[in-house]
Design a protein around this ligand. Structure first.
Ligand code: DOR
Ligand code: ZN
Length: 427
């Protein structure tokens, strides 16, 4: 026992070996022991709390470089730590776009300097996200990217998508698609359906997503690539993924907490914080998404944390930038399903830890002796009122402002060091 060790005592430990009431001893940045009656120089009582692996988010917009008035690596990673995350992947739609190694390296370096959590960049599929010419994927891989995506936009050209799959395959990188057929979505600002008609906003049909997924799956089958679908939002997409997995294709996907919890009815009051791409859908879609998450068709939960300032949001619904914050509300929104009994707690935690790690081949995501001590201690009942002042994120664009949710990270450890300590247990 070295003098610097720390024991989390008496929590419900979500370990690889099964969950149990136990102590976790951390030393030298690693988990060194899991068991009963452990002793150490610092003891933290975590009775009635869950001890889980640090959460992993495959889909975050950090806005640095170039749009630091919305978010930057420092504030975005602080929001991540507050939400219980220890690893986040950041999307390449920055200014400049992360479509070359110099930008990848800048992000990696900045994250090392000011980042509270681990940051894994995602590189662009095409130069400038323009969908015309492949980016230098090999070079970006050398710089540290873990996947490629043109997120925010789809790769519309089937031929280019084929080349991207073939190229990414040689580097064993997942290709992340923002699935939206632009010819079908045609600039629609919300889901096409009864609500859009009633409130007079141009919609985009659910098939704009599923048609793109169906096309991609045909090319995946032909090229044998690793394909990951960002923010799945429709029942049809879930059905297509279920079938593709049955056929043995290397397909994974994610769902956001907001697509699981809000329908297009939420847009009725023209709150621009309910505008996002893909748009909020119908109750039938939500039911299918939850079913997909429960049965593993949907591998993981990702936030699509998309900060925007009042300049982009305090405008007419149709003119507003799409997107909302996610890092600080993800855990309570998902734990709601656990409380309602519709999602098993171990599955909920897996969807936020081991499943995303597996999808992108990232380290972490599981709790075992010998593992790096990236951990999150959760109070599943602790209330959390969402306020502008309470958010660590630089932007405040969330439709949950003013609401009280339940369940939150009370302590987040990165390599055994506290990066979020709500009750100053380690102070
Ligand atoms: O709502 C969204 N916001 N969807 C996207 O795909 C992009 C994102 C953003 O960058 O703001
Ligand atoms: Zn996104």
């Amino acid at each position: 026992m070295d003098p610097g060790d720390l024991v989390l005592r008496g929590g419900r430990v979500f370990a690889v070996s099964g969950d149990q009431a136990a102590d976790v001893r951390i030393s030298g940045g690693r988990i060194v022991e899991i068991g009963r009656g452990l002793v150490g120089s610092r003891i933290v009582d975590v009775r009635d709390l869950w001890v889980v692996p640090g959460l992993i988010d495959l889909h975050v917009h950090l806005r640095e470089p170039g749009q630091e008035y919305k978010e930057d690596i420092e504030t975005g990673t602080r929001a991540a730590a507050a939400g219980g995350f220890t690893t986040i992947c950041c999307m390449p739609n920055t200014r400049p776009v992360n479509d070359q190694r110099t930008v990848t390296e800048l992000i990696v370096r900045r994250a090392r300097e000011v980042g509270a959590v681990r940051v894994k960049p995602i590189g662009a599929i095409t130069q400038g996200l323009e969908g015309k010419v492949l980016a230098d994927i090999a070079d970006m891989k050398e710089g540290g990217i873990v996947a490629i995506s043109d997120d925010g936009r789809p790769v519309m050209s089937s031929g280019l998508m084929r080349r991207a799959f073939e190229y990414a395959r040689t580097f064993d990188l997942p290709v992340v698609q923002h699935a939206e057929d632009l010819d079908l979505s045609e600039g629609g600002a919300m889901n096409e359906g009864a609500v859009a008609t009633r409130i007079g906003i141009k919609g985009q049909p659910a098939c704009a997503e599923s048609a793109m997924v169906a096309r991609d799956l045909e090319i995946v089958e032909y090229t044998g690539a690793r394909y990951h679908i960002a923010h799945v939002s429709t029942a049809r997409t879930v059905a297509l993924v279920r079938d593709a997995k049955r056929r043995g294709l290397d397909v994974t996907c994610e769902v956001t907490p907001h697509h699981l919890t809000l329908t297009d009815e939420a847009c009725s009051h023209y709150d621009t914080n309910t505008k996002m791409m893909p748009p909020l859908r119908t109750q039938a879609d939500l039911d299918a998404l939850l079913e997909g998450l429960v049965d593993g068709t949907i591998d993981c939960v990702a936030t699509d944390h998309a900060p925007h300032s009042p300049v982009e949001k305090d405008v007419e619904f149709e003119c507003a930038a799409p997107g909302l914050l996610g890092l600080e509300t993800a855990l309570p929104l998902i734990l709601d399903f656990v409380r309602m009994g519709t999602l098993d707690d171990r599955r909920a935690i897996a969807a936020l830890t081991s499943a995303p790690a597996k999808a992108f081949g990232l380290p972490g995501g599981s709790l075992a002796v010998g593992a790096v001590a990236d951990l999150c201690v959760i109070d599943p009942e602790r209330p959390l009122t969402i306020t502008a002042e309470g958010l660590a994120s630089k932007s405040k664009n969330t439709p949950f402002l003013g609401q009280t949710l339940a369940g939150r990270a009370v302590l987040t450890l990165l390599e055994g060091r506290a990066i979020h300590d709500l009750d100053r247990r380690l102070a």
